[in-house]
Design a protein around this ligand. Sequence first.
Ligand code: BG6
Length: 459
Amino acid sequence: MNNHDGFLCLFGATGDLAGNKILPALLQWREAGMPLKRIWCLGRRPLDTAGYLAFIEDKGSIRLDPWLRERIEYHRLEFNEGEGYRALARRIHERGFSRDTQRLFFLAVKPEAFVSIAHQLHAAELVIPGHPSHRLMLEKPFGDSLKSADAIQQQLMHLLTEEQLFRIDHYLGKEMIRNILTIRFANRLFSESWHGGAIDRVEVTSIETAGVEERLEYYDQAGAINDMVQSHLLQMVALVAMAAPENFDPDSIRTAKIDTLNHLRIDPQDRQVVGQYAGYREQRPESTTETAVEAVLRVDTPQWAGTRFILRTGKKLVEKRTEIRLYYRPTQLCVSCAETVQAQANQLVIEVFPSEGVQLQFNSKTPGYEYDTEQVVAEYCHSCRMIGNKPEAYVKLLKDAWEGDKTLFAGFAELQAQWRIADAIRAACRKGGLVIYPPGAPTVLQANSQHEPPTMPVA
Ligand code: BG6
């Protein structure tokens, strides 16, 4: 075995995330030269390896190829019982891996389990504190509030070092999210007008048609604010609103993002709305968990004076779409000066899903003899330029964690700033009650545009 060969241990291997995202990412990574010699899939279900492979394929989201099947072994353990970890350590040893073999532990489990898993890995000497090749990848959310995130971090720091932790926000691995800084800072066209004087509002949207489905247990505790806003949406806001970093190295970018996150505020005059789709309570009676949010934030810096940042996410809405849309302030137009026309406001759209690209809406003269003005669209299709498999977010993140590159992983100070604002959004939203919206509504706010939608007090 050479120095770069190693293994992955996947906690939560029978869960949705493993079947829908992580194993497909391993399949794609395998095509790009994945160095893993063994993949231990860990779970509580009493299965053997053949049973696990059948279980995963029966779920229907993946067909494993022979190469990957050969590498996967299932190992049963209870997350908080030492014997399962000691048995795993023996199996790893029997397969010829040494103490210094490179290893990655992917925790696709609830945050409540992070500390006990890290504790057991430490006790079984599967993870040695400070060892540069022993790393943990932690799925989001990291806690459920600033307070719980602080508590988790404090306990983890007794067992390993910050360098060994890779906290995932899979949106940071998406192509168009990684493109935001290039679009902003490599184009004078955009960088010169990237401020509140020119931009009226920024809408950050990530909505979907799917409901909670099999993730009810997790989701009912988390809700849309902790599931989406605290991580993905606030990261998008930070990338759009941050000032130019001193350099484009990971630390300078992180510092600029943290500074922006620390300047996010809720203005009492803006309405914060949470909603729940009709039918949710058939699965979980009496629940007041929000499945959609519309939050309005301000960035309290001179650059962003007067601009609203509207964050919108929700389940069972009209479509699956993720985008960042900048609405510029309209401009007065006087071509012949016989009359002044209000030209339509420009829009710049960074499209993340279903299209990946950029759309710019601007005004042009209508073709013909007259001087009429109309809005036209220039489009750049980013995904059209990718040859072969397009890089999936989880593949990029797995590769980076394997190589020890932390650029796309949230540092703890960044996470604290995100929790601070998520906690404030949660508190502000609770004051307004819960809108019950019909599945397929365009947004939680427009659930019923004729009348004020029905609301329920939030517990
Ligand atoms: C996950 C959330 O982080 O992101 C899910 O837990 C959500 O609830 C998903 O559906 C959306 O991700 P994507 O990549 O499909 O936009």
